[in-house]
Design a protein around this ligand. Structure first.
Ligand code: TYD
Length: 207
């Protein structure tokens, strides 16, 4: 299932600056040098109205059984891809998305021990839509974040920050040229510059 658009996903642990980079990249892709007439910045969970409700359910409630949690993220993803992302890609837009299937692989599959079933559920949910490029923002987990007020999901994942970082690096290594790992512990403009170079190379290689 090919499309004329460009699907770029930003991944990485909590607090690595994904939203800032997504914003900068969205502006750049829509500029004359980026060259896209339409650029959409979106995210998972919560990129649709239904997704906002699912996001609240999974992130701010009490205990959610691990399989229920995995299915809530997959439900958000199925609806988001079908109603927002795929139509945009079919129109030829660039889509810049905070988090995608790899977040479920890393957080539900790895950190919660649900293994590769989680990946299969997400692939089914998205009818196998693969990003053209995944940018993994990589940095040493920061100590101040541990001290901040965190919601339920964040509090659980903060303690696993090292494991999450490593899981992303492993995915990127296994994924070849559909991935780029960018050091994120620098000023946002330098990080953005490196991402732009990787995007330019990805766009050139597909002609
Ligand atoms: P969010 O507030 O979007 O934070 P961030 O800025 O770090 O992206 O929180 C998303 C949280 O949801 C984050 O802790 C990771 C988690 N998550 C999963 O566990 N599985 C998933 O499939 C997705 C998309 C997110």
């Amino acid at each position: 299932m090919t499309h004329p658009g460009f699907f770029l996903v930003l991944e990485g642990g909590d607090g690595v600056g994904k939203s800032t980079q997504a914003q900068l990249l969205t502006e750049w892709l829509g500029s004359p040098v980026g060259g896209f007439a339409e650029v959409i910045h979106t995210r998972e969970p919560g990129g649709t109205e239904l997704g906002v409700a699912l996001r609240d359910a999974v992130m701010h409630g009490g205990h959610v059984a691990p399989r229920a949690e995995a299915l809530l993220y997959a439900a958000d993803r199925a609806h988001h891809i079908a109603t927002v992302v795929r139509p945009a890609l079919e129109r030829g837009a660039a889509v810049v998305q905070d988090r995608y299937v790899d977040s479920s692989i890393v957080y539900q599959g790895g950190a919660r021990g649900l293994g590769d079933q989680v990946e299969k559920i997400s692939r089914w949910a998205t009818e196998d839509l693969m990003p053209d490029l995944t940018v993994v923002l990589d940095m040493e987990p920061s100590a101040d974040r541990m001290a901040r007020d965190l919601d339920r999901v964040e509090a659980e994942t903060a303690s696993r920050a090292q494991e999450i970082r490593q899981a992303y690096r492993d995915l990127a290594r296994a994924g070849g040229d559909r991935y780029v790992v960018v050091g994120a512990d620098r000023d946002p403009a330098s990080v953005s510059h490196d991402i732009q170079q990787a995007v330019t190379a990805a766009l050139e290689s597909r002609g």
